[in-house]
Design a protein around this ligand. Structure first.
Ligand code: LLP
Length: 422
């Protein structure tokens, strides 16, 4: 196995930036067990931020908080010169706590409530308008608070990002943004409003975008609008892909930046990007512990091994939602077994497998630990309380080797508190 985000084997033991994960695991409070556990590598986050800063030197970077909302991680990313892309009251609160100034926050969201619009206006952040219905709400909120809001219009450019069908957002049928005609109509009638001004055009065509040419194609739809209405800002969202497999590849951020700057040409406009996955996906792993191992054969006589662990769909729902593949490696390296291995979780659902048909895992027994790669983006952020799951802790290995707890394990008290209303 090659190192992923600074996670790799040293003398047969999985390490993070040279620190054995056994040490990291031993450092967490463990009244109810050590795992599941999310482990981040600070060095890898800094490297990914540096790569984006160098690929997009003049662009404003707004980290998509939805990918990873841990406050410490947000602060770290903020310190690298990033602002934030938020989509809710909860994410706005985190962005503010992480130290972002209002002008460094863009607020999107497919169904903003009146409360959220009013809060966003009051906070002075830039609002990404996804539907015409939002405009009068923004107008009233801004006028009543004596403010003027900068609004970006989210364009649905009718461009296919050639990604998983659940991750594409810019095609003709999509709940996000507005078709070109609707965006133009709003811009043509803009005179009526005094509570906001249009700062520019926004789009986000999807996540895990297959090729930079898809983004360039969407830019090609946005630019005529920018030119015609003399707008000064283009926000192209996120979507830079990450390779999750052992042997695949994904275009890097430099390839994207080349095509993007080419498509924009010498126009004098401000570029904004909203990367999420490319900043954090490879920078964390999830450690889980084996609870049982069973061998069997299916109806056709094909052998299988089911390894049931303490992490599953409540800890990483991506395999169930998107058929997502995450590499899973043993904490202690060993010769692979030839039986196709299925990694099951503890949840009471037959779909609860976080790995299927794996051929790289050694002989395993209860108590052994497994390490799931690429768990920095959309993993802990999408964890759920299903089956009474108490969300697992997060730790970070700092660049100087210090191990720091950055989120406690949720307690039963935390989980039940909101229901103790009587
Ligand atoms: N900007 C907007 C408006 C977005 O909707 C998103 C992601 C991003 C930026 C960041 O995109 P990224 O750079 O991370 O691709 N839960 C799914 C991913 C959903 C992405 C939603 N929007 C997953 O686990 O793959």
């Amino acid at each position: 196995m090659q190192s992923i985000g600074g996670f790799g084997y040293i003398d047969g033991l999985m390490c993070c930036n040279g620190i054995p994960l056994t040490e990291v695991i031993a450092s967490v409070p463990h009244e109810r067990g050590f795992t599941p556990l999310y482990v981040y590598n600070e060095r890898a986050i800094l490297d990914n931020c540096a790569a984006l800063n160098s690929a997009f030197p003049q662009a404003k970077k707004r980290f998509a908080v939805k990918a990873c909302m841990n406050l410490e991680i947000l602060r770290l990313i903020r310190d690298q010169g990033f602002g934030f892309d938020v989509v809710s009251h909860g994410e706005l609160g985190r962005a503010k706590l992480a130290g972002a100034r209002p002008e460094e926050i863009v607020y999107a969201g497919a169904a903003k409530t009146d409360y959220e619009v009013s809060e966003a206006v009051g906070a002075g952040v830039t609002i990404v308008v996804e539907r015409p219905e939002e405009l009068p709400i923004i107008d009233v909120a801004a006028i009543s608070q004596g403010l003027e809001t900068t609004a970006l219009l989210r364009l649905r450019p009718n461009v296919d990002a050639h990604t998983h069908r659940h991750l594409t957002t810019g095609t003709a049928f999509s709940k996000f943004g507005m078709p070109e005609a609707a965006v133009r109509e709003i811009l043509e009638n803009r005179v009526s409003a005094s509570g906001y001004r249009f700062g520019g055009i926004h789009f986000h065509i999807g996540s895990q975008i297959d090729s930079p040419s898809c983004t360039a194609q969407a830019i090609g739809v946005a630019l005529p609008i920018i030119d015609e209405f003399n707008l000064k800002l283009l926000d192209i969202g996120g979507g830079f892909p990450v390779c999750y497999t052992e042997d695949g590849s994904a275009p890097c951020v430099d390839e994207f930046s080349r095509e993007i700057y080419n498509a924009i040409g010498d126009r004098d406009i401000q570029l904004l990007i909203e990367p999420g996955r490319s900043v954090v996906a490879d920078t964390a792993v999830m450690v889980t512990t084996v609870m049982s191992v069973e061998y069997g054969t299916d109806e056709e006589g094909k052998p299988w091994r089911i390894v049931t662990c303490d992490a599953g769909m409540g800890d990483n729902p991506r395999p169930m939602l998107y058929d997502a593949y995450h590499q899973i490696w043993p904490l202690v390296a060993g010769d692979p077994e030839s039986t196709p291995t299925y990694i099951a979780g503890p949840y009471c659902e037959s779909t609860d497998f976080i790995g299927r048909g794996l051929l790289n895992l050694p002989l395993l027994k209860r108590g052994d630990r497994l390490v799931m790669m690429h768990c920095g983006a959309y993993v802990r952020a999408m964890a759920s309380g299903y089956n009474g799951n108490l969300i697992s802790p997060e730790v970070i290995v700092l660049s100087d080797g210090t191990i720091k707890l950055i989120a406690m394990r949720q307690s039963f008290g935390h989980s039940i508190a909101l229901e103790l209303v009587a």
